[in-house]
Design a protein around this ligand. Structure first.
Ligand SMILES: C[S@@+](CC[C@H](N)C(=O)[O-])C[C@H]1O[C@@H](n2cnc3c(N)ncnc32)[C@H](O)[C@@H]1O
Length: 299
């Protein structure tokens, strides 16, 4: 077990589990296993007739989640549910759970603490590493390829769109001038020198650019759209959907999709306003500060 694994605290844990309303014998999908914090609790509540289906497109995360869930199942003995793990993007859910009616679906978007803390994954500028940022390390361009090969206009557009960085043109110009850019530390320094932190700003000046590259490389927003489009057909009447997002772009997609679904009689919205972490949770786990949970019931 790694240190990260030991320290891992799932965000909005109790709230997510309560809204999911796990029933023994049911079939539940955790679309974002990560370190299996939420998934372990679902497994504990399912009983021997239950079925947990878990997705993670990151092979390292999937291997860790597998190890962790095996331990939970060993503990549970004859009360362990059936567990199926799928190392693919959750946008492919309809292909993998064909013919199964689900009782609940959980998605806790974004990067796990494991991905964020490991320098070689390149998600963070706190630890210097290669600019990778791919969740699925088996495919797709790395963020380094985007940073070094996209033209200035393309870079500026994606930093604006996915990072909501108003000074995106300046950032893009500095990156192009600073090429080749090899490490996350170098990239952070280039961005910080182009757009120094503004007064009262709590975040590092490179935060938005890093977010933008990550979202772009992993097609994160398309993934969420495709999942939310597929979900209604997979869930039984009265089954639950719980989504946790970490920034406004993700939350907007969830909010709009649920609202449209509610107008069409697909969803009953259970959280009029999204749930957020309390002070105590934020103190324990600063990452939970920006988390928003939305839940709905299939009508
Ligand atoms: C925030 S973590 C989930 C943490 C998890 N709830 C727990 O309790 O440990 C998000 C995980 O979802 C995975 N992920 C993100 N987007 C994905 C996608 N589109 N398809 C499959 N897995 C995805 C990431 O690789 C990461 O491991």
């Amino acid at each position: 077990m790694t240190k990260t694994n030991e320290r891992h605290v799932p965000v909005l844990f109790q709230e997510a589990i309560d809204f999911l309303r796990v029933r023994p014998g049911g079939t539940y999908v955790d679309c974002t296993l990560g370190l299996a914090g939420h998934a372990s609790e679902i497994a504990r509540r399912l009983g021997s007739k239950g079925h947990l289906i878990g997705f993670d497109r990151d092979p390292e995360a999937l291997a860790l989640a597998k190890e962790r869930l095996e331990r939970v199942c060993e503990e549970l003995g004859s009360q362990a549910p059936k567990v199926t793990l799928i190392g693919e993007a959750f946008s492919s859910i309809a292909e993998h759970v064909q013919g199964v009616s689900l009782d609940g679906l959980l998605a806790d978007f974004g990067v796990s603490s494991l991905q964020f803390e490991e320098a070689h994954r390149g998600f963070s500028f706190q630890a210097d590493g290669p600019i990778d940022m791919r969740m699925d390390t088996r495919e797709g361009p790395t963020a380094a390829q985007v940073v070094n090969e996209a033209n200035e206009r393309e870079l500026a557009d994606l930093i604006y769109e996915y990072g909501e960085e108003r000074r995106s043109r300046r950032v893009a110009r500095a990156i192009v001038r600073g090429r080749p850019v090899a490490t996350t530390g170098q990239l952070a320094r280039i961005v910080a020198s182009a757009v120094p932190a503004m007064k009262q700003e709590r975040i590092h000046p490179a935060t938005r650019t890093f977010q933008a590259l990550r979202i772009f490389v992993n097609r994160e927003l398309d993934e969420i759209r495709e999942l939310l489009q597929a979900a209604p057909r997979l869930l039984k009447p009265s089954a639950r959907l719980v989504v946790i997002s970490f920034h406004s772009l993700e939350d907007r997609i969830a909010k709009d999709s649920l609202r449209e679904g509610a107008q069409k009689g697909i969803w009953e919205i259970l959280t009029r306003k999204p749930l957020t972490a309390g002070e105590e949770e934020i103190e324990r786990n600063p990452r939970s500060r920006s988390a928003k949970l939305r839940a709905a019931g299939r009508q």
